[in-house]
Design a binder for this molecule. Structure first.
Ligand SMILES: N[C@@H](CCC(=O)N[C@@H](CS)C(=O)NCC(=O)O)C(=O)O
Length: 204
């Protein structure tokens, strides 16, 4: 029997967007619950004590951390692989995702900036976040799209999802277009199935 999946998500959440893109690409049914900003700091703590989205509830378990959630989805719904190819290629996919998740996304997280740079205005925080993402993306560029217009190897993978989502986040923070990443995003959108699964409603 198909297990019921409940995804706790939030509009504008980069980490949640990754998981939604994976679930929708694989056409896995799930119930999406929008966690409000207020709930993030109050009632939602009972579901995820870290106070972060996304969180996936499955068979009485709650899974946190987008990378762990996506690995779980990939293992339990192996059709339409998103971490495929040789062991080396899979390692390369995971490296890109970890770089985006741990090195790009985490330091510019709202909670982190609030703790370390409480003096900044909202506008300065946005600029700092956008600038940080763009700087890191420029460093990452040399490792991407070596064998095809997809981020790693010749097929769509979670590396494409992580990269495209964080690039859109930089644009939302006001960063100018980065031609390499814009081209990558447009390439993904040329594939009907990938585009149909893209959760973002942003114009970028
Ligand atoms: N490494 C975590 C990051 C999760 C995370 O940072 N979530 C953000 C939204 S993208 C969040 O819930 N922030 C709540 C807050 O800052 O109060 C993951 O990949 O799931």
């Amino acid at each position: 029997m198909l297990q019921e999946l409940i995804l706790y998500s939030a509009q504008g959440s980069n980490s949640s967007e990754r998981v939604e893109w994976v679930l929708d690409y694989k056409r896995i049914p799930y119930t999406r619950i929008e966690v409000t900003n207020e709930a993030l700091h109050t009632t939602y703590r009972e579901i995820n004590p870290f106070g972060y989205v996304p969180c996936l509830a499955v068979s009485g378990h709650t899974l946190v951390e987008s990378m762990a959630i996506i690995e779980y989805i990939e293992e339990t719904f192996p059709k339409d692989k998103l971490i495929g190819g040789s062991a080396l290629e899979r390692a390369a996919v995971r490296s890109v995702c970890e770089y985006v998740n741990a090195s790009i996304h985490s330091p510019q997280n709202r909670t982190v900036l609030k703790a370390f740079r409480p003096e900044l205005t909202e506008q300065s925080k946005r600029e700092l976040r956008g600038h940080w993402i763009a700087t890191c993306l420029n460093q990452l560029m040399g490792q991407l799209c070596a064998d095809s217009p997809f981020a790693i190897g010749k097929h769509f993978s979670i590396a494409d999802i992580f990269v495209a989502s964080i690039y859109k986040k930089a644009r939302q923070h006001g960063m100018e277009e980065l031609p390499f990443y814009q081209q990558h995003l447009l390439w993904l959108r040329q594939h009907a199935r990938i585009q149909a699964a893209e959760p973002s409603v942003t114009p970028f």
